[in-house]
Design a protein around this ligand. Structure first.
Ligand SMILES: Cc1cc2nc3c(=O)[nH]c(=O)nc-3n(C[C@H](O)[C@H](O)[C@H](O)COP(=O)(O)OP(=O)(O)OC[C@H]3O[C@@H](n4cnc5c(N)ncnc54)[C@H](O)[C@@H]3O)c2cc1C
Length: 468
């Protein structure tokens, strides 16, 4: 950085991560600077060729309403004030010194894509999978394997949050009902070959302590040709549970009503069943060389709002286990990282070192800032907080060495990095939509995702005529 006494230059900011957090940060920053009569140039980098982060590669394909949030994010990027630069990985293609040389400030919005650990014996047996990997597969993430082993009739899903419900629903749903979604053909073919009959979702806590949201829970009851089963013994009527329910918020009351309704519903004899079990604490995954079952200890509610083991052991014979016990952020090169929480340590968005001292010009937002909890909407308030700090701090008299807009693109070209741009994404987007229209298997396919990275980049850069 050099200190220049000349007239202020436009603020140059790099945002790393084009998920919702990064896009909201770019939009809020643009508006704030423009409203103050200033100028800002924002480059939004992502390691993937396409924008939208977990909206494209996390949100389940049968949730088009949520995926529709991309429409407003699209408008923010299409306004031309934020420059999308895809297929560029921070830490591999560009490092901290590169970015510091080109920008006044950097905002890390790299999210979380790995599974949190579930430390029980047998969790690494063949047939045991992380939800994040499965989600990446069914959402067509370019770095996920193309095939997924779907050979189990009885499957456990561990966790009582919305990701567990997404995984259970995707496993239990009849593939024909997924045809109208954007799933790649390979995913549809994989699901069509699945012999699954029973998907069991297990939670450690009671039905009044689930972390689902009411819409996601209710949706289970509407899956065609799938019975939802809950069990009376998982609904304790003890004083602690009753007190907790009475003190709970409306969401919990609504969900408790939904669950109680299923208690009295007769199964229809559907070929697939989705079982919800509560008060089951995972003990081990067992099997000789691969998953053959899972052992749980029954728990009971305690006065402090938790649960404790009762000593009662219950075994379920199964052939596959999916752990949906949370996501985890990954460390970034040359940026502090809190290993225990899986986040970049920060003070309201200002990245801090081990002593809590802010590192000038470095900011964080979204899941990498506060951990992998919360909905897309929460990343907006995150972004506002981070951008507010950035604007309080910035000092335009300190110039980066190479502030010219095209300098970073020249560097990427020099390094032979096949970056994608916003117009490239528009081309890929149009291509995916045309694949959807060409698919005559159903009349309402909005898009079919292109999966391989090379193919996405090729279409986005118009490098070759790709037939998918
Ligand atoms: C399975 C699943 C289902 C969900 N369903 C819903 C839902 O239905 N409704 C809802 O509101 N919320 C849902 N969420 C939550 C929602 O996805 C998150 O709140 C949101 O995506 C977090 O935004 P983010 O921008 O912080 O992270 P992300 O969306 O993860 O975006 C981070 C971006 O950073 C990029 N990146 C990472 N590392 C690098 C690097 N080194 N260099 C360059 N780029 C990098 C990634 O490629 C990614 O594009 C779901 C989450 C999951 C996991």
């Amino acid at each position: 950085m050099t200190r220049t006494p000349t007239a202020p230059q436009p603020l140059r900011v790099a945002i790393i991560g084009a998920g919702p957090a990064g896009i909201y940060a770019g939009n809020i920053l643009t508006r704030a600077v423009q409203d103050a009569g200033g100028e800002v140039g924002i480059d939004l980098f992502d390691s993937l060729p396409a924008p939208y982060g977990l909206i494209r590669y996390g949100v389940a394909p049968d949730h088009p309403r949520i995926k529709g949030i991309v429409n407003s994010l699209h408008e923010m990027l299409d306004a031309g004030t934020i420059r999308f630069i895809g297929n560029v990985a921070y830490g591999t293609d560009l490092d901290l010194a590169d970015l510091r040389a080109h920008y006044h400030a950097l905002i890390f919005a790299t999210g979380a894509i790995r599974d949190a650990v579930l430390g029980i014996p047998g969790i690494d047996l063949p047939g045991s999978y992380g939800a994040a990997d499965f989600v990446s597969w069914f959402d067509g993430h370019p770095d996920a394997p193309r095939d997924w082993p779907l050979d189990a009739t009885d499957i456990a899903v561990i966790g009582n949050g919305n990701v567990a419900l997404d995984v259970a629903r995707m496993l239990a749903k009849h593939p024909v009902d997924l045809l109208p979604t954007d799933i790649p053909a390979t995913v549809h073919a994989g699901l069509a070959g699945s012999p699954v009959t029973d998907v069991h979702v297990f939670g450690r806590r009671g039905p009044a302590q689930v972390k689902f949201t009411p819409i996601e829970l209710r949706e289970l009851g509407d899956i065609p040709n799938v019975d939802v089963l809950v069990y009376q013994e998982d609904f304790p009527r003890d004083e602690h549970s009753e007190q907790r329910l009475a003190a709970s918020n409306n969401q919990v009351k609504v969900m408790t009503r939904t669950l109680n309704g299923w208690l009295s519903r007769e199964p229809t004899g559907a070929p697939r069943r989705l079982h919800l079990h509560f008060l089951h604490s995972p003990v081990e995954v067992y099997g000789a060389g691969r998953v053959e079952g899972m052992r749980f200890e029954r728990t009971e509610p305690t006065a402090d709002g938790g649960v404790r083991g009762t000593g009662e052991i219950i075994d379920y014979p199964l052939q596959a286990v999916y752990r949906a016990v949370g996501y985890r952020g990954s460390a970034l090169a040359q940026v502090p990282f809190d290993k225990a929480r899986g986040v970049i340590p920060n003070d309201g968005g200002r990245v801090v070192d081990g002593q809590g001292t802010p590192l000038p010009g470095l900011y964080a937002t979204g899941w990498i800032k506060r951990g992998p909890v919360g909905l897309i909407g929460h990343t907006k308030s995150d972004a506002l907080e981070t951008v507010t700090k950035l604007l309080e701090d910035h000092d335009l008299t300190v110039q980066p060495g190479r502030p010219a807009e095209d300098a970073i693109l020249a560097l990427l070209d020099e390094r032979g990095i096949r970056f994608t741009t916003w117009s490239g994404w528009l081309a890929l987007d149009a291509h995916e939509r045309s694949l959807g229209q060409a698919d005559l298997s159903t009349v309402t396919r909005e898009r079919v995702k292109v999966v391989p990275r090379d193919e996405q980049v090729g279409i986005a850069r118009s490098e070759s005529l790709v037939v998918s």
